[in-house]
Design a protein around this ligand. Sequence first.
Ligand code: FEO
Length: 463
Amino acid sequence: MKKKVTGNLSWVGYLDWELQKFHGDEFSVDSGSSQNSYLLEEEKTVLFDTVWTPHRDWFLQNLKKEIDLNKIDYIVMNHGEQDHSGTLPSLMEEIPDTPIYCTAQCVKSLEGQYGKKGWNFHVVKTGDTLDIGNGKKLTFIEMKMLHWPDSMATYISGDNVLISMDAFGQHYACEELFNDRADQDKLYFEALKYFANILGPFTRFVTPKIEEIKGMGLPIDYICPAHGVIWRDNTAQILDLYEKWADPDYKEDLVTICYDTMWDGTKKIAHAIAKEIYRQSPTTKVHLYNVAKKDKNDIMTDVWKSKAIAVGSPTCVNTVLTSVDAFLSFLKTLHLPHKKAAAFGCYGWSGESVGIIQKTLKDAGLDVINEEVKSYWNPDEDDFAKIPALVKDLLSDDKEDDMEVTQTPEGRKFVCKICGWVYEEAKGCPEQGIAPGTKWEDLPDTFHCQLCHAPKDQFEEVK
Ligand code: FEO
């Protein structure tokens, strides 16, 4: 059953109440989700996106109850990922000549996933328009890297609707469809969880894109994302939240402690740090998680908000526990707002874990303080005595106190034309084993964009 959004625009998506994992098993889903597809019936009829492959039969059957598929004049594919394109092959078997409007990158994505089917693609870029009759038109806005290179939004003039694709979405099944009808606490949590975990690697693109959209001077009464509720009550709130969450200085008065333990020594340090935070600053919230037991996406939602984090692991066969290793590996993929960080842990033989955590957190761009708690076998009085200084520095706003000030040499920068990621000679690319100071011409042939994997010839120098 379609649901009216506004005017002649309806929601025709799939409410995925049972979904528990997304992106394979990478993202935990606690509140269900939806794959939002929209149907616009003006002089021209437009279908925006489809739904995930497992729901294609349900989707097509329901769509056929609403409209003769042959009356669809245009299909707009704002994004090629399978949760939105999964039904497209079946749909195109029924209406094979229907024009598909999407970005050039989306054509690559769709053909890469489903093969070259000879579909009638119409490639669009930012500012291109499509007349749909009744005095209305669509305006296309590329949303590169929010969150894929092919992502796009579409604006419907007259209705003042922005169909925003994944941006501004949430994994939240809400039968009532609109933000003002949703559970507000759940909506806020799911919107931030989605932002931190899915858009987190790409937040540098968020604020410029929102400024660009605002600069287009388009009145926006509805923001219709690809997942979760439609924003119609105070649509500016989600734009403002995105700008706040993407701000490199975003932080709340929260410290998150993340650890795993073998024989409870590292756990004792974690608990002692939590207690000391409360002693020094009773108004500061403290969240403490064993990363082997708590969902990583929920932890990372708190990490995103935190003004500081402390990460602990015992040393086990010369490194950190695998749970902490996986957690840090995920953390490194994100473009976290500025925050302080500390490391702690126990050891019995060699004791590498604290150093490994500190290095990884530094590589992730966090301000790692010098204080640490590195306990031989089990924390004793001397170890616990180090915690007040560690907490004092974690809670301090002074960014310079204990940071290692590194002077990076000047160097050239090269930007990926596909996604905007920048290679800086001064920093190199440790993820690909490229040392700081490596000149562009000395990069190996295997070098690729760290974000979208585009090859070297897709880069140009930043002047
Ligand atoms: Fe909801 Fe990027 O797919």
